[in-house]
Design a protein around this ligand. Sequence first.
Ligand code: ADP
Ligand code: MG
Length: 299
Amino acid sequence: METILTIKNLNKIFNKRVHAVKNVSFEIYKGNVYGILGPNGSGKSTTLGIVLNVVNKTSGEYQWFNGDLETHDALKKVGAIIERPNFYPYMTAEENLKLVCKIKGISYTKAQEKLELVGLIERKDSKFRTFSLGMKQRLAIASALLNDPEILILDEPTNGLDPQGIRQIRDLIKLIASQGTTILLASHLLDEVEKVCSHVVVLRHGEMLYQGSVDSMLSSEGFFELKSENNIVLKQTLFKHNAVDTIKEEEEKLIVYLKENLEAKELNQYLFENGIILQHLVKRKNSLEEQFLELTNNK
Ligand code: ADP
Ligand code: MG
């Protein structure tokens, strides 16, 4: 798999006190859609700012395209929108894009192509100031794609949009991804990441809590809630079972997380054969939302 970006033990401390990014490491491979998910203030924008060379890192490393290019040249193959879209208000959509083409030395034909892609071709002669926020955002995406970058980076791409605008942007991101462009987006919205991304990095207070595919997060094996007369013996017996990952004590119950599938019936039988009679047994499956809340709140 082709590596687009490698981040290793990245740290950012603002003003010697705010530890905004803590030892974050992850890799981005070509063709996937990555989400950096975390509540406000968790370090998403700072992480993006560092790899885009607009925020200075405190320590750690990052490397674009296996380090084959200097950061300056590598960033020419990166399209990014990290601020509110800003174009000339009295110029049309097409004029604005052509200006970008001119500045970057790109053929003007790209303006037309990208306006079509983002669904703004019919509005190409409208002035930027007449655009809704959603249209402005789509124009910004068109602009970022003019030079056919390897990766598109978006920071909170649907912030402030109405439901229709949100849907259009999400559909557009999926369309762009389906054409082979790698995508990295930051979002505080779990359902956005769930709907749009194939992979997720979860941040909280700058710390990476989870990294992996959205699917494997969704298809997590779930957990049991168990209770018996003697939870100490219960716990010891559970740990001997191959499917058991970790055990958490909660009030009178044991919360048993699994590393592989295990049916309630099988577990009950196993415990019974080991002399344990349960007073309580429930199997539950975390929704991504529950997992996210768990990851971000209870740690
Ligand atoms: P997110 O994008 O996840 O909302 P940020 O990366 O913007 O989070 O911020 C992470 C932390 O770093 C926050 O505590 C924020 O206040 C702090 N921070 C961000 N930028 C600066 C800055 N320029 N100076 C000082 N602190 C900052
Ligand atoms: Mg942010």
